[in-house]
Design a protein around this ligand. Structure first.
Ligand SMILES: Nc1ncnc2c1ncn2[C@@H]1O[C@H](COP(=O)(O)OP(=O)(O)OP(=O)(O)O)[C@@H](O)[C@H]1O
Ligand SMILES: [Mg+2]
Length: 300
């Protein structure tokens, strides 16, 4: 806070303020609004009054609201032209389909118009789902076996990517069920694992591997998703969790923002391992990236 105090004194501002992020020992962050007010008598300062406001909740609510707003607007703008595209294509199909003398021409025409109609309907479904999500339905909590969800995600991807070595490990002796929304957690873990796969593939990583480590404690369940891909550039670490940050040609940059939202709905947090992955050597990792999800055990 020294710079804020200096600023207040330097410019003889009566009030200087700034947000400061404090990281607690357990890695959780809280944001404080610090205000420094100086009392002046003539030109002499009498001293300063410093106030600390914990605005973590407020800030997160504001960010969520802004995010939801952007998402809804984009969904809306995408949806607008879809119905006309669909109707126009159906009309073309009805009107001209039978006019082709040549069988091959007719088949091409049918094939193409059907492709358009099918894909438009896919986009429509996707956008609908997306805008439902942006409206932030509250998570439907029930007793959930997170390990089972992780196993399902791994089994699914193992089939598709047999060259990648997938593993799942509970590094604690304990295991318990959490109150969580199974579908949302499934979506979150899938997004993180999908990113890991994409990173590995893009970099053509040798001996590619992805691991999910689960660590149950009394207080919380920590889920770590590790990959030995190229890792994140330092400047990316700061912002990958924000919406629309992507390095992929076809990426939306929403994957991790959605994960973060889901985890926050569960009163948990999503972080990126700051230090090197060397400490995961016993699991076979010395480079790459680890995404860390904390889910509080709210049954205690
Ligand atoms: N495991 C990882 N290794 C390296 N880079 C990663 C990893 N996970 C995410 N990133 C980086 O973070 C960016 C943001 O990821 P995010 O999931 O939010 O969006 P995306 O994957 O680009 O798009 P979408 O999820 O819509 O396909 C990615 O473009 C990539 O650059
Ligand atoms: Mg992604």
């Amino acid at each position: 806070i020294a710079p804020i105090i200096d600023q207040a004194f330097e410019h003889k501002n009566l009030l200087a303020q700034d947000n400061i992020i404090w990281e607690r020992k357990d890695g959780r962050k809280r944001t404080f609004l610090i205000r420094v007010a100086i009392s002046l008598i003539g030109d002499d300062s009498m001293g300063a009054v410093i106030t600390f406001d914990d605005i973590t909740e407020l800030e997160s609510a504001q960010r969520k609201a802004a995010w939801g707003d952007v998402a809804r607007r984009i969904a809306h703008e995408i949806k607008n032209p879809l119905t006309p595209i669909q109707l126009a294509t159906e009309r073309l199909k009805r009107k001209y389909e039978q006019k082709f003398e040549d069988k091959e021409d007719r088949e091409i025409f049918q094939g193409c118009t059907e492709t358009i109609i099918r894909h438009v309907s896919d986009i429509q479904n996707m956008v609908n789902e997306f805008s439902t999500f942006a409206r932030m339905p509250s998570a439907k909590m029930s007793e959930t076996d997170v390990e089972k969800i992780c196993r399902e995600v791994i089994v699914f991807y193992r089939q598709t990517y047999p060259d990648i070595k997938f593993s799942l490990e509970n590094t604690s002796k304990a295991k318990y069920k959490l109150r969580a929304d199974e579908n949302l957690l499934h979506q979150a873990i899938t997004n993180v694992v999908k990113n890991a796969i994409e990173a590995i593939q893009e970099a053509n990583t040798e001996k590619p591997q992805i691991a999910i480590l689960l660590q149950y404690s009394k207080k919380e369940l920590v889920i770590k998703v590790l990959d030995n891909g190229p890792g994140l550039k330092p400047d990316m670490k700061e912002k990958v969790l924000e919406p629309y940050i992507t390095t992929k040609e076809k990426g939306s940059g929403l994957g991790l923002a959605i994960v973060k939202r889901i985890i926050e709905e569960h009163k948990g947090s999503l972080d990126i391992e700051k230090s090197s992955l060397k400490k995961y050597q016993k699991f076979g990792f010395d480079k790459g990236v680890a995404f860390i999800i904390h889910l509080p055990n709210d049954s205690i």
